[in-house]
Structures are given as structure tokens and as C-alpha cells.
Design a protein around this ligand. Structure first.
Ligand SMILES: [Zn+2]
Ligand SMILES: [Zn+2]
Length: 329
């Protein structure tokens, strides 16, 4: 089968490798669509997260169950599925409580075990969530990043009365806007340096700004930082109104310098966000099954798996025209 494998910084190769075989308790999935995530870009640019080379990348997917191993009752061949790509230790206190995203050993498929940028994928059947056949598989591939946005909404305690600021109109920023609109958040303002991405935010009903506003009379009370750069974090801290909440959803490639007094003097609250809880994934599936959310807006490209390397070039180019790219094996 074809698979897009990581070979080191800046190197993704599409190769023919043996298809995986499913063992007891596992399912073999034919991947329909697989999304390239910001964390895949951290791997590509900086070599973060991956524990051995080469590794088949990717953790966001939709697909169809092709075969099940012994003892599997959760899914059957032909079922449309998405997956929980988190790989946790299974024995710590947090895993015991079901908060796998807080496991100190948390990893993901595509980082610590083979991922979904391939024609086939094997996963524990317990990690699969069934999707009704009425949900387009393209849209279903957005369940995982949508779960991140729902987790952001929870950690940020979004409510109708807020003015929400979003820093970064990438996939997570845009899905956060979509989640906020679905929750009737009163006002949403998005900043990004890319006019193309800002146009997408505008389409979703957000006020789109290419820079942080200078005036201090219309500050958001919640700001989601979905970039992971020093300027974005400093801008977010400056933008928030006093006693506002900062939700940190971007992952940083570099050590970052901020002035902690920006937090102290405005009495800000901080909430980190790492992935999602199982309930966020379930909720994302439900919302898509209801047809409640238009997540298609964030998908700018669907490319064949064999074009994986050029998809990474598109996403790491300076003009940031692309947003969510789905690979279609
Ligand atoms: Zn992701
Ligand atoms: Zn654990």
C-alpha cells in the first residue's frame, strides 16, 4: 500500500510498504480522507513528537472498516468510522480517570506508532467511533480537529454574552469560530496575517482583522491563541480586557519570552488546551451527524496521498493560502 512517511526534518516520502494486519481486538480501516494537522507541521519543520524514523504520519482520518480481528464487537466491516488517535500509557492516574490527554506519556498515531497517511490503518476497535453513512467522509475527517475546538470552547467557558477574540485563522482558529457561532457567542473577532485565511473567517461571520486593534475600548473577554508564536502570544495578552481569559491552544516550536506582568496587572486567567477529552470527540461526531456545523469551509484542498510532500510544502509556504488539506488515499 502507499504511505506517506517521515524521514527527518523537511522530508516526507510516499512509498509502497506492506499493508498492516489486524490482530485480536483490532480493526483494519481503509482510509478515505486524512487531514494534515498543525502538529504534523511541527514534525515536518522541527522533528517534534516522532519517536522513530521512518514513521507513517497522520492522526486525523475518516474511513471504512475493511476487516476486524478476533473478539471485536464494536464495529463491523463496512462501518464508516473515525478514530481516537491518542496513544497513552494506560496505567497512570489520568488514564485511570479517562483523561488520556493529561497522560504524561501522551502521544498520537503518526508519531509514536504508524498513522493514517496511508491506504490502510490498524487501530484498536475500542478507539473507533462510528459515523452515520449520511455524513460525508470528507466532512467526517474533520471530527478530530473539531474536537479540539470543542475542548477550547469548554476550557474557555464560552457563553453567549462573550466577545471572543481568536488569534490565528488556521484550521483550529476557524473551527473555534464555527463552534462559537454554534454556541451563539455574541461577537467573534479573528486576527491573522494571511488575507486568504481571514477571508474564510469573514465568511463564517467573524470580524476579520489583519493586526491587533490599537484601541482599548472593545477588548475581548476571552482570547484563543491558536498560533504558537511569541508575537501571537504577546498580542493576545495585550488584546484581552482586564480579568479576561486566555486559552492557549497553539503549540510552540521555540522557547518564548513574555512579560508575566501582562498577566498580573490585568488579573488574567490562563487555560492550556492539549487535544481533547473522549466526550469532545463524541460531541464532534454528534454535531456532524446532525449536520449542525459547516466545517467544509476550513477545507481548502483535497489532494491525492501521492502528493503528500507537495501538501506539506503548501502548508509551510509563507503566503499561508492553504488551510486544512485532506489527503485522499
Ligand atoms: Zn490534529
Ligand atoms: Zn497515562
Amino acid at each position: 500500500m502507499l504511505a506517506a512517511r517521515y524521514y527527518g526534518i523537511g522530508q516526507v516520502r510516499v512509498e509502497d510498504i506492506p499493508a498492516p494486519v489486524c490482530g485480536p481486538g483490532q480493526a483494519l480501516i481503509r482510509v478515505a480522507y486524512a487531514g494534515i494537522c498543525g502538529s504534523d507541521l511541527h514534525i515536518f519543520r522541527k522533528g517534534m513528537f516522532v519517536t522513530s524514523i521512518p514513521e507513517t504520519m497522520g492522526h486525523e482520518f475518516s474511513g471504512v472498516v475493511e476487516q476486524v480481528g478476533e473478539g471485536v464487537t464494536e464495529v463491523s466491516p463496512g462501518d464508516h468510522v473515525v478514530g481516537d488517535p491518542r496513544v497513552s500509557c494506560g496505567s497512570c492516574r489520568w488514564c485511570g480517570e479517562g483523561s488520556y490527554n493529561l497522560c504524561p506519556g501522551l502521544g498520537f498515531i503518526g508519531e509514536v506508532m504508524p498513522g493514517c497517511f496511508a491506504e490502510y490503518l490498524v487501530l484498536d476497535a475500542k478507539k473507533l467511533l462510528k459515523i452515520p453513512d449520511t455524513v460525508d467522509l470528507r466532512r467526517a475527517a474533520m471530527v478530530e480537529p473539531l474536537a479540539v475546538a470543542l475542548h477550547i470552547a469548554g476550557r474557555g467557558r464560552f457563553s453567549e454574552a462573550e466577545h471572543l477574540g481568536v488569534v490565528g485563522a488556521g484550521p483550529i482558529g476557524l473551527l473555534t469560530v464555527i463552534a462559537a457561532k454554534a454556541m451563539s457567542v455574541k461577537r467573534v473577532t479573528v486576527t491573522d496575517i494571511s488575507p486568504d485565511r481571514l477571508a474564510l473567517a469573514g465568511k463564517l461571520g467573524a470580524t476579520a482583522l489583519q493586526a491587533f486593534p490599537a484601541e482599548q475600548d472593545d477588548q475581548p473577554n476571552v482570547v484563543v491563541e491558536a498560533v504558537g508564536l511569541e508575537a501571537a502570544l504577546a498580542g493576545a495578552l495585550g488584546w484581552l480586557r482586564p480579568r479576561g481569559r486566555l486559552v492557549m491552544a497553539g503549540l510552540y516550536e521555540e522557547k518564548t519570552l513574555i512579560d508575566p506582568n501582562d498577566i498580573v496587572v490585568k488579573e488574567l486567567e490562563l487555560a492550556g488546551v492539549d487535544a481533547y477529552e473522549t466526550d469532545d470527540l463524541r460531541k464532534a461526531v454528534e454535531l456532524l451527524a446532525e449536520g449542525a456545523l459547516d466545517v467544509d469551509c476550513a477545507i481548502t484542498h483535497v489532494l491525492p496521498l501521492k502528493s503528500a510532500a507537495s501538501a506539506f510544502d503548501l502548508l509551510t509556504s509563507a503566503d499561508k493560502k492553504a488551510c486544512k488539506i485532506l489527503l485522499a488515499p
